[in-house]
Write a protein that binds this ligand. Structure first.
Ligand code: GAR
Length: 188
């Protein structure tokens, strides 16, 4: 069985690239398209290098989301991955992919989640709170930010001298190690 997976990404796209490289030799996982809400996102450059189609949809109003829905239907997409994607997913998409959209969050939810909590802001908040550990959460996506059922978490230590950049490095390492493996486990 072939699983067709769309990746949504707003920024650098290092997770998107890592996932696509991980499955490069596995012909049962295919990635027909990367969609970004940001035309300047570095993920487009990565997509080009990887020979994956990427396109920009601003996703500002409902008609944009309907365009996205039509693209996902036309491409016969089975699953959707949010890899550094910063917009809330509306019901018009969620209903089409019940429990088939997952997100990665760079902290141990329910800590440091919700609106405005993304990327380095999360690591800054973790350091400011004096946390001794942080990590990653892979979860199903619902209408609300960072609230769906948790699929997997992994932890790393935070020391008092760690900067947000140090924390980001540790968290990215966990993301690169675990996100593809968990995708393979739940959809394989
Ligand atoms: C990742 O650390 C991901 O966990 C985070 O954005 C980063 C994207 O990096 N996602 C969120 O903060 C979602 N709330 P990437 O573009 O290099 O994959």
């Amino acid at each position: 069985m072939i699983r067709k997976i769309a990746i949504l990404a707003s920024g650098s796209g290092s997770n998107a690239e890592n996932i696509i490289r991980y499955f490069a030799k596995n012909k049962t996982f295919v990635f027909p398209i990367i969609i970004s809400n940001n035309k300047n996102a570095y993920v487009h450059k990565r997509a080009k290098e990887l020979c994956i189609n990427s396109l920009t949809l601003e996703l500002k109003d409902e008609s944009d989301w309907l365009v996205l829905r039509d693209i996902l239907i036309r491409q016969q997409i089975d699953y959707v991955i949010l890899a550094g994607f910063l917009l809330k997913i509306p019901l018009v998409i969620l209903n089409l992919f019940p429990n088939k959209i997952i997100n990665i969050h760079p902290a141990l939810l329910p800590k440091f989640g919700g609106k405005g909590m993304y990327g380095n802001r999360v690591h800054q908040a973790v350091c400011a709170a004096g946390e001794t550990e942080t990590g990653i959460t892979i979860h199903y996506v619902t209408e609300n930010y960072d609230e769906g059922d948790v699929i997997f978490q992994a932890k790393c230590a935070v020391s008092p001298t760690d900067t947000p950049e140090d924390v980001a490095k540790k968290v990215h390492a966990l993301e690169y190690e675990w996100f593809p493996k968990i995708i393979e486990k739940i959809w394989g």
